[in-house]
Design a protein around this ligand. Structure first.
Ligand code: 5GP
Length: 178
């Protein structure tokens, strides 16, 4: 089946406004002098992460790292495994970490990833999601920071793709049957 772009679900202005608010919330929760590592999950979250960290105060010790992962195994169980395609460059041991994800859907990817990263003994580990599709959740994972809750529909833009297309859109849009 072919798909085309639907209506704007979240406009670029709304995204900017909310990303700024969430950045402030994060900045308030952490000390300036301790490193705060933002771990972006490639590829979708790269767009969100770069906007988010540029809203952090200049005097904060902000660090940026990326991971590329896919969860596999029994897709209905949260006890699956994460395959790492690209790992972090630096150790997160004893550091405060914020995992930045584009969208939490079933929550399986994040719940696997959380376990994997907790085994590396960070000082703390929080999850920051651009979008949360709660209706689809199969695990008890809940983002600590979230920009928008959305209904159960497939969305693209601002980093989110469909078959490698439409990541570059400035607004978040729905996808509809052609
Ligand atoms: P989860 O393990 O939470 O089910 O999977 C989350 C991943 O599924 C996201 O990182 C994203 O790649 C993909 N995903 C889930 N919902 C959507 C959606 O509405 N649009 C797009 N483009 N990707 C989605």
């Amino acid at each position: 089946m072919a798909y085309k772009l639907g209506k704007i679900l979240i406009s670029r202005d709304k995204i900017h406004e909310r990303v700024t608010e969430v950045a402030k919330q994060i900045a308030n929760d952490f000390d300036n002098d301790q490193p705060l590592v933002f771990v972006g999950i490639l590829t979708g979250a790269a767009f969100f992460l770069t906007d988010l960290v540029r809203e952090m105060p200049e005097n904060m010790n902000v660090q940026v790292d990326f991971m590329s992962v896919a969860s596999y195994g029994d897709s209905d169980k949260s006890s699956g495994v994460v395959r790492i395609y690209h790992d972090l460059k630096s150790s997160i041991e004893n550091k405060n970490v914020i995992v930045v994800e584009d969208i939490v859907d079933t929550g399986l990817t994040l719940s696997h990833l959380k376990k994997l990263l907790l085994d590396r003994h960070p000082a703390s580990l929080k999850i920051c999601a651009l979008l949360d599709k709660q209706a689809r959740r199969k695990t008890d994972i809940k983002p600590d920071y979230c920009c928008f809750s959305i209904p159960d529909e497939f969305v693209v833009g601002y980093g989110l793709d469909y078959a490698s297309k439409w990541r570059h859109l400035k607004d978040i849009k729905s996808v509809v049957d052609e």
